[in-house]
Write a protein that binds this ligand. Structure first.
Ligand code: MRU
Length: 335
C-alpha cells in the first residue's frame, strides 16, 4: 500500500487521519493512550480490525507510560487504561478482542520485570498489526474465487486497507480478484452520514487503479433492479454465533434488496470479528453517535434547528440474507 493505516513508530502511535481524507493525507501522532482513545472515538481511525490494532497499540503505549516497580501496581494501572480504551466505541468486537489479548500478555509475563512486560506489550501490538495484514490477504485469497471476471461489485462503507492493518476485508476480496487479473468494477455506496464510501473507499480504490463508481446510498436499489450489480461484498463489526452480522448502517437494507434481486451477498471478516458469547445479532450493542453527524455536513447545518434526530451507526443483517462469510480460514456457508 502507498500509505500506512497505523504503526507504532518510536514511542508514538502514528495513524493516517481518516477524518481529513481524501483532501488531505495527514498523519496524527498519538503520544499517549488518551490520544489513541480520542482517535478511535472521533474516528480518525475506524473500521473494526483497525480499531482492534489501535486498541492494542493504545494499551502498549499506555503501559509504557506507567510508573510502577511491582507487578500488582502495574497491572492495576494497566487495567484502568484498558477500561478507558474499551469505552471508546461499543459495536466492533475487535476492540475488546484486542484489549483481552493484551491483558493476556500481561498475565503470561507475570514473573517478569515491569520493563520486560512493557516491551512484550509493544511487541504484541506490532504483532496484532502484522497478523491483521496477513489475515486480510488470506480473506482476499479465499474470497477472490467468489468473484467472476467482469463482475460489478457493490460495497458499503469502507472495509478496506484503511479499516484494517492494510489490504482490507471486503476490499481485500476485491483486491484478491483484481490480482487474479479479473476485471472487477466496484460501486461504492457513499455511506451517509460519515461518508466512508465517498471519502475513503473511492480514495483507496482509485489509488490502486481499481475501477470504482461512486453512488449515493439510495441509488443501490435502482442499480440492482437494472441488473447492474452482480455481487455485494461488505465487512462486519461483530458477527453473532448464528451468523447475524452487524455492519455499517444501511447494510441491512442492501441485504434485503439483494434477496429480492437474487444477488449474492457476502460478508468478509476475520475470525476475531466473531463474538461467540452472543447467540444472535439482537444482543449486539449498536452505537448511537452524535446527532450533528446527521444535521450537519462538513460543519454546515442542513436540517432545521431542534429537529428530532436518530443516528444509529450500525445495523444487523440476519444470517438468512447472507450467502457466505469469507474469513481467513475459509468461506463459511449455511449449515
Ligand atoms: O463506523 P466505522 O467506520 O468504524 O464502521 C466501519 C464498518 O462498518 C466496516 O464495514 C466494518 O468495520 C468492517 S471494516 C473491515
Amino acid at each position: 500500500m502507498s500509505f500506512k493505516t497505523i504503526e507504532y513508530k518510536g514511542d508514538s502511535v502514528v495513524l493516517i487521519d481518516q477524518t481529513k481524507l481524501p483532501s488531505k493525507e495527514v498523519y496524527a501522532v498519538c503520544k499517549d493512550y488518551k490520544a489513541v482513545g480520542r482517535a478511535i472515538k472521533n474516528m480518525l481511525i475506524r473500521g473494526a480490525p483497525a480499531i482492534g490494532v489501535a486498541a492494542a497499540m493504545g494499551v502498549a503505549i499506555g503501559a509504557a507510560g506507567i510508573v510502577a516497580d511491582d507487578f500488582d501496581t502495574f497491572k492495576k494501572r494497566l487495567d484502568k487504561i484498558c477500561d478507558h480504551l474499551s469505552q471508546t466505541r461499543p459495536t466492533a468486537v475487535n476492540l475488546f478482542w484486542a484489549i483481552d489479548r493484551m491483558q493476556n500478555v500481561v498475565e503470561a509475563n507475570r514473573g517478569k520485570s515491569v520493563k520486560q512486560i512493557k516491551k512484550a506489550l509493544i511487541a504484541e501490538s506490532k504483532r496484532v498489526l502484522k497478523e491483521d495484514i496477513s489475515i486480510c490477504k488470506l480473506i482476499g485469497a479465499n474470497g477472490a474465487d467468489l468473484l467472476d471476471d467482469g463482475d460489478n461489485v457493490l460495497t458499503h462503507c469502507n472495509a478496506g486497507a484503511l479499516a484494517t492493518g492494510g489490504y482490507g476485508t471486503a476490499l481485500g476480496v476485491i483486491r484478491g480478484a483484481h490480482s487474479q487479473r479479473k476485471k472487477i468494477h466496484v460501486y461504492a455506496d457513499e455511506t451517509r452520514p460519515f461518508l466512508q464510501g465517498a471519502r475513503l473507499t473511492a480514495w483507496e480504490l482509485m489509488k490502486d487503479n481499481i475501477p470504482v463508481t461512486l453512488i449515493t446510498d439510495n441509488m443501490a436499489g435502482h442499480l440492482m433492479k437494472k441488473g447492474l450489480i452482480d455481487k455485494i461484498v461488505v465487512g462486519a463489526d461483530r458477527i453473532a454465533s448464528n451468523g447475524d452480522a452487524a455492519n455499517k448502517i444501511g447494510t441491512y437494507t442492501l441485504s434485503v434488496l439483494a434477496k429480492e434481486h437474487k444477488i449474492p451477498f457476502y460478508v468478509a471478516a476475520p475470525v476475531s470479528t466473531f463474538d461467540f458469547n452472543i447467540r444472535t445479532g439482537d444482543e449486539i450493542n449498536i452505537e448511537e453517535r452524535d446527532t450533528a453527524e446527521v444535521t450537519h455536513v462538513f460543519g454546515k447545518r442542513i436540517a432545521p434547528e431542534n429537529v428530532s434526530v436518530r443516528n444509529p451507526a450500525f445495523d444487523v443483517t440476519p444470517n438468512k440474507y447472507i450467502t457466505a462469510i469469507v474469513t481467513e480460514r475459509g468461506v463459511l456457508r449455511k449449515p
